[in-house]
Write a protein that binds this ligand. Structure first.
Ligand SMILES: Cc1ncc(C[n+]2csc(CCOP(=O)(O)OP(=O)(O)O)c2C)c(N)n1
Length: 384
């Protein structure tokens, strides 16, 4: 057994200070210490997949990041691990508990995943080893893991057995209730714009200092077709993960961060909005391009017509949520979102239809990630 500080201190000396995840009883001491220690930052995620995307965002902003989760939550990580970390080559350290370890008496719901944990990680291209349980093994284990992450540019997981870390009390300050956010309705019944027309207005309305993350499908392809710039991240997979990634970026940079989300994607990971509202990054603007469709896959309806995203955002803790239905309102709303501290949501209802000459990013995801990271961290150096 080690103490939480044995691990956290060694990790901190190696640049790992940003933690996110979902708790597990095997992880309790480590998580409790991360939360209690003012030198480490912990973002509680609503799902393990969201945590992987938040950690990826932190890495894109130059911060070493760690995801902590139960192995039963690995299923929630498979989409971002395979379609975000792998294609973009984003390394994250993971601490995954081993509930249902063969030979250990555990609950029936952990039996199958207990047998499958290592293979599951292998299949997701996540190299792994046992979490160190002797103090003298911590630094060599971390060095080996980080060396592999440096070589592969992929995540590495420590599999944590029961009782690996000695107990720690939780010293968590109660979260004060957030000042209520404001809903501004700029809807006028004007003709609904198309997504690319809104994207043109975004490009015209944001500063050159702004980092932009575009959700999967036509959104990123249209953004690339309109303009390809180092501050753009075209998130080709990990549907629903764009806003979580943007949160991870926003919490680790002083740059403005704009995320371009789709209604289908936002609905897939609605919990992201609760985490954004709780973390309240002042530099995050969440633009929801709502065409009521899964347009990129053939135009099947989403359920967004009955969803009041502005009300959800404010209920989650966003500072401001603006509704717009025409280009003029969209432009005004964007300016207001950028001018006042966030997180702010701009929800625009769009008409269907993509650009005629729709391209696909010709730059690879690896190049996109490296270029974006250089852009974001450049700002941090300048600001410091
Ligand atoms: C996990 C996952 N499920 C399904 C898909 C296939 N897919 C790609 S884009 C897309 C539609 C996204 O809809 P929305 O966010 O509303 O954006 P739009 O296509 O309308 O611009 C779907 C279903 C995917 N990429 N990932």
């Amino acid at each position: 057994m080690i103490s939480a500080d044995d691990f956290l201190g060694a990790a901190r000396r190696r640049g790992l200070g940003f933690y996110t995840g979902v708790p597990c009883s095997f992880l309790t001491p480590l998580i409790n210490r991360v939360i209690s220690d003012s030198d480490t930052r912990y973002v509680g995620a609503t799902s393990e997949g969201e945590a992987v995307a938040i950690a990826a965002g932190a890495w894109l902003a130059g911060e070493g990041s760690v995801v902590m989760c139960q192995n039963s939550g690995l299923g929630n990580t498979i989409n971002p691990l395979t379609s975000l970390n792998w294609p973009f080559r984003i390394p994250t350290l993971m601490v995954v508990t081993w509930r249902g370890q063969p030979g250990l008496k555990d609950e029936p719901q952990h039996e199958l995943m207990g047998e499958a944990t290592a293979q599951f990680l292998t299949d997701a291209r996540v190299e792994h080893g046992l979490f160190p349980t002797r103090a003298e093994d911590v630094e060599p284990a971390l060095d080996a893991a980080l060396a592999r992450m440096g070589e592969t540019h992929l995540p590495y997981a420590f599999i944590m057995e029961k009782g690996a870390v000695g107990s720690e009390a939780l010293d968590e300050a109660p979260r004060p209730p957030a000042a209520p956010g404001e809903i501004i309705d700029l809807s006028t019944g004007a003709a609904r714009p198309k997504r690319y027309e809104a994207l043109e207005r975004v490009l015209a309305g944001i500063s050159d200092e702004t980092a932009v993350i575009a959700t999967t499908g036509f959104c990123g392809r249209e953004l690339f077709t309109l303009a390809d710039r180092p501050q753009h991240l075209y998130q080709v997979g990990s549907m629903g993960g764009a806003s979580a990634m943007a949160l991870g970026v926003a919490l680790n940079t002083e740059r403005p961060v704009v995320v371009l989300d789709g209604d289908g994607a936002a609905l897939m990971k609605l919990g992201n909005m609760a985490t954004i509202g709780a973390q309240r990054p002042g530099n995050l603007v969440h633009i929801l391009l709502d065409n009521g469709l899964h347009e990129s896959t053939g135009g099947q309806a989403t359920v967004s017509a009955g969803v009041d995203f502005a009300a959800i955002a404010v209920a989650c803790g966003y500072r401001k949520a603006i509704r717009a239905d025409g280009l003029a309102g969209f432009e005004t709303g964007l300016a207001q979102c950028l001018a006042t501290p966030g997180p702010n949501l701009l929800h625009v209802r769009l008409s269907a239809g993509a650009m005629d000459n729709l391209g696909r990013p010709t730059i690879t995801p690896v190049e996109v990630a490296q270029r974006f990271r250089a852009f974001v961290t450049g700002a941090r150096t300048a600001v410091a």
